[in-house]
Design a protein around this ligand. Structure first.
Ligand code: PNS
Length: 161
């Protein structure tokens, strides 16, 4: 059985992330979507809120995908989960430097775990959680960029603010 960890902040989940999950399922038997609990960035949604949204979406579409939360080093988490690989979505050239740096550092820390990069569909190349939050905060439409559940939660959260 091949297992891959798809780690990230997922603040919030976008169709770009879902695209990477779908592609990962074509290559791996098991996919674990792992939300980091202590990102350096100040998140809009709590880890529990992000987990709830992910579980709701993933359970409906991909019952084989596990949603989990992790803290500490990603490679240690991957070893605990007995995963062979880490998957990361890569979009524009701007992503490469940061992603290569992380992949090579992770390889130094645990050479048995491979990093696999996936390119999302072209129409998601410009999509990021950061832009989704910015657009939603400024009253723009994020329809077609995030699942309906996320769109509703964004509206609710930003109304409260
Ligand atoms: O969605 P993001 O915020 O780009 O995801 C970044 C993430 C979670 C993949 C990265 O911050 C990470 O792996 N953090 C865990 C801590 C760790 O292992 N750091 C060393 C990386 S070389």
């Amino acid at each position: 059985m091949t297992k891959v960890i798809y780690p990230g902040s997922f603040d919030p989940l976008t169709f770009g992330h879902i695209d990477v999950i779908e592609r990962s399922l074509r290559l791996f038997d098991q996919v674990v979507v792992a939300i980091i609990t202590n990102p350096s960035k100040q998140p809009l949604f709590t880890v529990e809120e992000r987990r709830e949204m992910l579980e709701e979406i993933v359970k409906k579409r991909f019952p084989k995908v596990e949603v989990d939360v992790f803290h500490g080093l990603l490679v240690d988490y991957a070893k605990r989960k007995k995963a062979q690989a880490i998957v990361r979505g890569i979009r524009a050239v701007a992503d490469y430097e940061y992603e290569f740096q992380m992949a090579l550092m992770n390889r130094r820390l645990a050479s048995q775990i491979e990093t696999v990069f996936m390119m999302p569909a072209e129409h998601y190349i410009y999509l990021s959680s950061r832009l989704v939050k910015e657009i939603a905060e400024l009253g723009g439409s994020v329809k077609g960029l995030v699942p309906d559940i996320v769109e509703k939660r964004l509206r609710k959260r930003l109304r409260k603010a």
